[in-house]
Design a protein around this ligand. Structure first.
Ligand SMILES: C[S@@+](CC[C@H](N)C(=O)[O-])C[C@H]1O[C@@H](n2cnc3c(N)ncnc32)[C@H](O)[C@@H]1O
Length: 204
């Protein structure tokens, strides 16, 4: 029987596989953070689908980061994040409906948005309810149509919801949500592996 993404990732905490995500995602995330944090102003930051919170802990160490927040639907991921970090705030909630109490300048999300039947709902929620007018959103995903070696992931991982879209379709969702200045790039391309698809966009 297939399991929901949140059930699968809760199991991963029990198996310690969440630590592997930091190792596997860190080079693409470094590229993403260099792009989006390339500002001199102070900012507040949300990691959408933060897992065990490793990106929140990393970003919160930057001197112009005023506030860093992690949100994830897995109770076990959030418990682990809180056990490792008593300074920053972590919330266990559903990304398509949750709203922060205050909007932020930067939203980041790594390897999360295809775990939704309709990712537009989450992208629109981020646009409408999470970002300030000068805000930016950056997402990274490895599971997309052009990256053929990932096509067997739904069978391999037993996850019930994995939405496979082309680069153009992902860009289309950002446009539909209202985002401007959409910049698409890839990180870590090697042979058949097309790399992490990175889309960065601004609210205005
Ligand atoms: C592949 S992990 C990535 C975690 C983290 N971004 C990282 O790079 O280590 C995907 C995360 O998305 C979360 N997730 C999946 N669907 C979700 C939903 N509907 N609401 C909130 N979180 C969700 C999972 O619990 C999991 O922690």
């Amino acid at each position: 029987m297939k399991k929901s993404p949140i059930e699968i990732f809760s199991d991963w905490v029990d198996d310690g596989k969440d630590d592997g995500m930091e190792i596997n995602h860190s080079s693409a995330v470094s590229v993403m953070l260099n792009k989006v944090l390339n500002i001199t102003n102070d900012y507040s930051f949300i990691d959408a689908g933060c897992g065990n919170g490793w990106v929140v802990r990393k970003v919160s160490k930057n001197s112009n980061c005023l506030k860093a927040i992690g949100i994830d639907g897995s109770k076990r991921m959030i418990e682990k994040a809180k056990s490792l970090d008593t300074i920053n705030n972590y919330y266990c909630n559903e990304l398509s409906t949750w709203k922060p109490s205050e909007k932020v300048e930067i939203v980041h999300s790594m390897e999360v948005l295809y775990y939704f039947k309709n990712p537009l709902i989450v992208i629109k929620n981020i646009y409408d309810n999470w970002l300030k007018e000068n805000g930016k959103f950056i997402m990274g995903i490895d599971f997309y149509f052009e990256n053929k070696p990932t096509h067997n992931w739904p069978e391999k991982t037993n996850v019930s919801i994995m939405t496979l879209l082309t680069v153009k379709q992902w860009e289309g969702l950002f446009i539909k949500a209202g985002f401007k200045n959409i910049e698409t790039s890839r990180s870590g391309e090697k042979n058949d592996w097309k790399g992490t698809l990175i889309i960065m966009a601004s609210k205005n």
